[in-house]
Design a protein around this ligand. Structure first.
Ligand code: PLP
Length: 390
């Protein structure tokens, strides 16, 4: 049996996905995976834990080399050690950039439906949301460049790009990325590219980082992380990549003022080992995710032929349109409790998407099959209820 199909019980480990739902419920919620980290990462952590002393630590040059090489090999851009700022979380990085490069009342552009903290970070910091909605053509999503440029013309100060896109799984093409960077440059917009999902590419698709275009725009920062890729989000680590000297210095100065940023010795170790030794694992994981996606697609198409969902090009997220049920996402989530199934509510990603759900595919095949079975049972029961009412 493949590493990714082995069922590991996560209950009783303070696991957000499985310890916040009742016994017997199958959970496909928060964006982490249900399989173990690569054996090399686990062995390195065990060895370090065995040492038994976890005092103050330094970041070895070998850590930076691992990140530099990963960026070069996987994303095709070159950076030096000084361009990497180690953080605890991607969201911490975005929050800091919002505070440093926009003022209260400034407009920040995001692309709904999108990862909910992009809304709360903007509004929570008293900035104004400028919503550049993705165009939804029958669950194929694309960027509305005309509206984006208008938002920039109207004076937006920052653009938080989600590439690959959570929840719709879109990857922007090389031409689109180049166009985005050029537009940001033209209108002097600070570009924050959240590329946390960039190693989870569905077979046949190709990821382009904004890092390929560092020379076109100074006001740019990229958030990368091994946390989704290697399932180590609980260890907390992210790397903020910035090339511009002034911006780097300013970010470092503020991190120092607040004494924030950095990562723990275990997360640094996990990241270094994963980047140096576990690229093979990323490739295997991609195959597993593709298999799971194909399984879900074929099963849902067969059992509920009229069901619509986005075809992810990346991530492990399936974005499903249940608006035909004429129920809110909250009602659907509540209904699904009776079917012992937990998923994310679509309206958290944008009000217009009330009635959608997000389903996490990063689990063993047997778990996925059971989850899909429960979802299909629910959907078929809804049809039956409707017929009975007529
Ligand atoms: C697009 C995106 N950015 C950031 C995060 C969170 O990253 P972190 O835990 O490093 O803040 C997630 C987690 O789901 C995400 O999907």
């Amino acid at each position: 049996m493949s590493h990714f199909d082995k069922v590991v019980d996560r209950r009783g480990t303070n696991c957000f996905k499985w310890d916040t739902v009742e016994d017997g419920v199958y959970s496909f919620t928060i964006a982490d995976s249900d399989y173990e980290v690569p054996k090399e990462v686990k062995a390195a952590l065990l060895k370090r834990v065995e040492h038994g002393i976890f005092g103050y630590t330094i970041v070895p040059d070998s850590y930076y080399e691992a990140v530099i090489n990963w960026c070069k090999r996987r994303y095709g851009f070159s950076i030096k050690q000084d361009d990497i700022i180690i953080m605890n979380k991607v969201l911490e990085s975005i929050a800091l950039l919002i505070n440093l490069y926009t003022k209260e009342g400034d407009k920040i552009v995001i692309n709904p439906p999108v990862y909910p903290p992009f809304f709360s970070l903007t509004e929570g910091n008293n900035r104004e949301l400028a919503l550049n909605h993705l165009i939804n053509d029958n669950e194929y999503y694309s960027l509305d460049f005309e509206d984006l440029e208008n938002k920039f013309k109207e004076g937006a100060k920052m653009y938080i790009l989600c590439n690959p896109h959570n929840p719709v799984g879109k990857i922007y093409s090389k031409a689109e990325i180049e166009k985005i960077v050029k537009l940001c440059n033209k209108y002097d917009v600070f570009l924050v590219s959240d590329e946390i999902h960039s190693d989870l590419i569905i077979y046949g698709h190709k990821f382009t980082s904004v890092g390929k275009y560092f020379d076109l725009h100074d006001k740019m920062a990229i958030c990368i992380s091994p946390s989704k890729t290697f399932n180590i989000a609980g260890l907390k680590i992210a790397n903020l990549v910035i090339k511009n000297e002034e911006i780097k210095a300013n970010v470092r100065k503020h991190l120092d003022c607040y004494k924030i940023g950095g990562a723990s010795l275990l997360s640094l170790l996990a990241c270094e080992v994963a980047y140096n030794e576990c690229e093979y694992w990323v490739v295997e994981q991609q195959k597993h995710l593709y298999k799971n996606y194909e399984l879900a697609r074929n099963y849902l198409n067969k059992e509920v032929p009229h069901l619509k969902f986005a075809s992810p090009e990346s991530t492990y997220l399936l974005w499903i349109n249940l608006q035909y049920l004429n129920k809110t996402s909250a009602q659907i989530i509540e209904d699904l409790k009776k079917y012992k199934l937990a998923v994310n509510s679509g309206c958290d990603y944008c009000d217009n998407y009330d009635g959608y759900i997000r389903f996490n595919l990063a689990c063993p095949e047997s778990v996925l099959k059971e989850g899909l079975k429960r979802l299909v049972k629910y959907l078929k029961d809804q049809e039956k209820n409707k017929t009975n009412r007529l």
